[in-house]
Design a protein around this ligand. Sequence first.
Ligand code: FMN
Length: 346
Amino acid sequence: MNSLCTSLGRKALFSLEPEDAHAFTLATLNTLYATGISRLVFPQPKVQAVQLMGLTFPNRIGLAAGADKNGECINGFGALGFGFLELGGVTPRPQPGNDKPRVFRLPQVNGLINRLGFNNHGVQALVQNLSRFRSSGGYQGVIGVNLGKNKDTPNEKALDDYRLCYEQLYSFIDFATINVSSPNTQGLRALQETEELRIILSGMKAAQARLADQHGKYVPLSVKIAPDLTELQLEAIAQLAIAERIDAITATNTTTGRETVADLLYGQESGGLSGAPLFSRSNQIIRNLAKLLDGALPIIGVGGVMSGADAKLKLDCGASLVQFYTGLIYRGPQLVTESIKSCSSM
Ligand SMILES: Cc1cc2nc3c(=O)[nH]c(=O)nc-3n(C[C@H](O)[C@H](O)[C@H](O)COP(=O)(O)O)c2cc1C
């Protein structure tokens, strides 16, 4: 019955343009939550909570960045059972993103290419939504935000953008992710180079110390990396993250590689490829990173999870938490329950 509903739902959604399907999904999830139906239709397996970065995660499964860029569907997504949600990417000022069409489904391989380019309503809108959410209650899991920079902010000033968003959001969030790995903002990935990254990470850690003092609350920082790094680059990032006492690494963002999809319809579109075609590449990065970090800091594993077994494999590669986004598009809400079960002790 569940899988019949999923396949019917997917058929209907896939008849819409990807961005219209997304807007429809958010509205539906909010309605299901508001009417109390979510509680009846989305089972919540009871599992042991996990302590990480000083936070208590009800389970190890999270919603990856990009699905709720403006914090408009916190209770809707939360009701699917996620232990944590990463909202955003958010930038200081609102921006429209790239021209449409900019999201392409690759259904033969459960993949997706997007070149949205940080379309979002700006940090103030997210603060307002979070503030409303915090005063009304609802979702009890962990809430993080993915921090980006505006398209017209030069890389030399990127720290200012990340810091401004972090400061504005600080009292409303549980963790923040510094996104230096979106392929859709020109030059952003250059911020993963050692000297550029050192400036950003040390600047953010200084802000964290100041804000923790001011608010009497510590908001951990993760840094999100690309799957397209060389081993040398990965090693340098791992060393830097340890030296700067960053709280976690999120691996990985979407890939610019097209090896497995080049012959498919839309397979050559520019942007970031997510979903199943990213799975093994992102797992390789997680495995290498786990060796380099040797337990010094946790890894949030993301990229291509399509089943509970895939989520478990992320843990086996060395991740402590798992996120997905594209899998939700292809598999529907049952992927959340399935992943929670296979990644937790009951
Ligand atoms: C439509 C779309 C928008 C995304 N937006 C962001 C974003 O704003 N910030 C970010 O760090 N990652 C973003 N991502 C990347 C995801 O968070 C995730 O790292 C990537 O899609 C791989 O996971 P998946 O295969 O489970 O989707 C986006 C992905 C998609 C598909």
